[in-house]
Ligand binder design. Structure first.
Ligand code: LLP
Length: 475
């Protein structure tokens, strides 16, 4: 839940100082490289380019707001995970951002795909993902959705409840094994009693959440037994996802230890050596200078060491590992470009003044600031400015006071209507969580690469907006 934020206190001189991690930049024109996709660059005029495409030129054609996706960067991050974790399978978490073009890139880069709804499954299949390489998640998969997934040949269903095991057992009876070639591949999602937060984790005694089977209550073992005893279901292994935007592998370590203890218990008590183990996603990225993420090679080295060590200690064979990164692949690969509208100075108690910079999007294209109290950064994208940096708050155009895009950033003091602002790190959970709040049209996604720009998700139109409004068709 959003809480009061440490920003906003005034200095004795009346200037706002912002949160402690945010320092006034020596030069507000410069990019902070690790917040941006690898091809992002600013030239001497202050024009921001990504993938060799100058954003002022791009938005002259596509308008703002727009998501700009750096294709080379996305592919490089996908490959980095693939290579670092090989032979582990890397399932890109489609919930972070998915469209058919991205699915094609994943296919070309040799990744697998995690989906969690019938809609995501549809996009995955339409984009040409081999169904055998799809993992299907969700705490409330309906009977028809499961049936569709099984008939499509989805490689693994990650089960989340006893009710779902019953549904799958019924579907398995409808699809004889000789038809599917094997049983329905099933993983058991478990809760390991590790609660991951943004920068830290705390081990919890209780697992009070909707996902997974609790290890400590015995439900997880019972789920394994039931699946093992169900004809037509093929038990692949355990699955654990401890949370998102995690920087420290110690959370994975605690989870892996508990999950592998169960893995060994299954071998011992049920007599099944499960071939696989999935440790989920959740690897953090840098949204601001306060974030310092590990790279895939580091993560892979640490995680495989943990698994190797635990398996040796437990005397079990190492299961084949898989992971599900979403944010760490697409997050840094995208930025959002907005046009500045109203700029307003507001006098606060004590006489300090805050600059509110309004842009032509907001919580409908990035709900994360309002929903999770997330921090972002931003930069002027279409000109250089020598004006002294001023602590500013970038807000959207929605009819809601909590409609904040970037809570605190030092922007040149002469930011004015018509300026372009770009926000990095918006690839994950921004377009995918976008809404039509206030009947605003959702922005397009433009892929850029080697000087070319390609619309991969077009901007919504008023016709799209009215298409489901039955009354609008009564003429
Ligand atoms: N695997 C499972 C089972 C998941 O539930 C998730 C994310 C992932 C993988 C991918 O996690 P990632 O690597 O992207 O962190 N809307 C929130 C994040 C919710 C994540 C839900 N599950 C946000 O904007 O931060």
């Amino acid at each position: 839940m959003p809480t009061s934020h440490p920003s906003g206190w005034a200095h004795a001189d009346g200037a706002l100082r912002g949160p402690s991690w945010l320092r006034p930049p020596d030069d507000a024109n410069r990019l902070v490289p690790h917040l941006w996709s690898t091809t992002a660059d600013k030239d001497g005029t202050g024009d921001l380019s990504v993938g060799g495409v100058r954003l002022p030129d791009l938005v002259a054609n596509v308008n703002t707001p727009a998501f700009v996706l750096d294709e080379a960067d996305f592919r490089a991050r996908a490959r980095a995970f693939r290579d670092a974790f090989a032979p582990a399978q890397v399932f890109y978490a489609g919930k972070a951002f998915l469209c058919t073009t991205v699915v094609r890139w994943l296919v070309e880069e040799g990744l697998s795909l995690d989906v969690c709804s019938d809609g995501e499954l549809t996009v995955a299949l339409r984009g040409g993902m081999d169904p055998a390489r799809i993992g299907y998640h969700g705490n409330n998969k309906s009977h028809p959705a499961l049936r569709r997934a099984v008939h499509a040949g989805v490689g693994r269903i990650i089960v989340d409840s006893f009710a779902e095991i019953d549904r799958l057992a019924e579907i398995a009876r409808e699809v004889p094994a000789e038809e599917s070639g094997r049983g329905i591949g099933v993983m058991v999602r478990v809760t390991a009693g590790v609660e991951a937060h943004t920068h830290e984790y705390i081990a919890t005694a209780h697992e009070d959440q909707k996902f997974g089977f609790s290890i400590s209550s015995g439900d997880a073992l019972e789920a394994v037994r039931r699946i093992h005893g169900t004809p037509g279901l093929e038990l692949l292994g355990l699955h654990s996802h401890i949370g998102s935007q995690i920087f420290d592998t110690s959370g994975f370590e605690v989870a892996a230890r508990r999950v592998l203890a169960l893995h060994a218990q299954v071998a011992d008590e049920v007599g099944v050596s499960m071939p696989e183990l999935d440790l989920g996603g959740g690897f953090g990225i840098a949204y601001t200078t306060q974030d310092d993420p590990a790279d895939p090679a580091q993560l892979a080295a640490e995680m495989s060491k943990i698994v190797e060590h635990e398996c040796r200690a437990l005397g079990v064979a190492e299961p084949a590992l898989s992971i599900e990164p979403g944010r760490a692949i697409v997050g840094p690969a995208m930025c959002t470009v907005y046009t500045v509208g109203t700029v307003k100075e507001v006098e606060l108690d004590g006489g300090a003044r805050r600059t509110y910079v309004s842009v032509d999007g907001g919580m409908s294209d990035n709900i994360r600031t309002a929903l999770y109290d997330s921090d972002y950064s931003c930069t002027l994208a279409g000109r250089r400015s020598e004006a002294a940096p001023v602590l500013s708050r970038v807000v959207g155009m929605h009819c809601e006071a909590g409609d904040v895009v970037v809570r605190d950033e030092f922007l040149p003091g002469d930011v004015r209507p018509g300026d372009l602002l770009a926000v990095p790190g918006t690839g994950a959970y921004c377009r995918s969580m976008a809404s039509n709040y206030n009947h605003v049209l959702r922005p397009p996604v433009i892929a850029v690469r080697d000087g070319d720009a390609r619309v991969i998700v077009r901007r919504e139109t008023v016709d799209d907006l009215l298409a489901t409004d039955v009354g609008a068709m009564d003429e």
